[in-house]
Write a protein that binds this ligand. Sequence first.
Ligand code: SF4
Length: 342
Amino acid sequence: MAVWFQQHARDLPWRQTRDPYHVWVSEIMLQQTQVVTVIPYFERFIATFPTIAALAAAHEDQVLRLWEGLGYYRRARQLHKAARVIVDEHDGIFPRDPDAVKTLPGIGRYTAGAILSIAFDAREPILEANTIRVFSRLIAYRDDTTSSVGQRVLWRAAEDFLPRKNPGDFNQAMMELGSEVCTPRDPQCHNCPVAMLCPTRAEGLQDVIPAAKKKVAYEDVVEACVVVRKNGKVLLRRCVEGERWAGLWDFPRLASGAQTGAALHRELGAGVRELTGYDVAIGEHLKTIKHGVTRFRITLKCFEAAHLSGNRKRGEFAWVRPDQLDAYALSVTGRQVADFLQ
Ligand code: SF4
């Protein structure tokens, strides 16, 4: 596998070094996100924060601004927190001890295994979307790969296959194999370096292994956001812990916007007052944005409003000129509204 990997590995920016910081940032960015999307984010992130110490010293807003558009913002906040822990508790040097690595915010068994094996050649197995598929096929595992039994079986397979020599290269090779050759549909078994060992190929079961995932049940919801204006500025609110975009800024956003006409205006006015403490006069409909987050398909109705009076509630708010919105890390829809205002 190591030879195959040397010959077939894609030239990716995080593969140019074994620096654990680079491996770590890339692994966190690659969770739930495609390689091609991650590349420019990774390059900008490392250029801005070249070391763990530089990341730890940054303000969270700056980290989130660089992450904007990648989604799953909790990843960025935990990466930032973990950098501070490494500076405080490990002199700014990424730890080699697996137990220490696994206690860092945002680092679970998979990420710890990837960093330790790739950066330090530690004999740590990994299991992620691509290798789940490869190992399932290599042991012809037909059952649910997401169940606790399935996870146990597959982690065991990842341990059993892991060689003593160059485990980091092996882990990367298995991920590359899953990504480029042992694909979910039409795997290229004729180009596979382990084809001779594969019972799934021998029995022609590539279409049924791994077992199909349960279909996500999507839910349609209608929400509203309000662009409150005062003296040429618009109101932003920082989303709090427990909200969808915790840590990011957003225009006041309300969970319900299903009403129409005067009832909707009343609902929005009351919602803005509840959220911000300000009385506002709801004005024109600006635009409607459709977007998806996890299992929700959201229709977001955006309205203008004029600030009237009131005292702002506890929380972080900012009155911002539209041409200064670029300086704020906004939710994905917040950025669409900001672009529209500009
Ligand atoms: S032979 Fe085919 S199914 Fe088996 S591991 Fe290789 S690509 Fe995957």
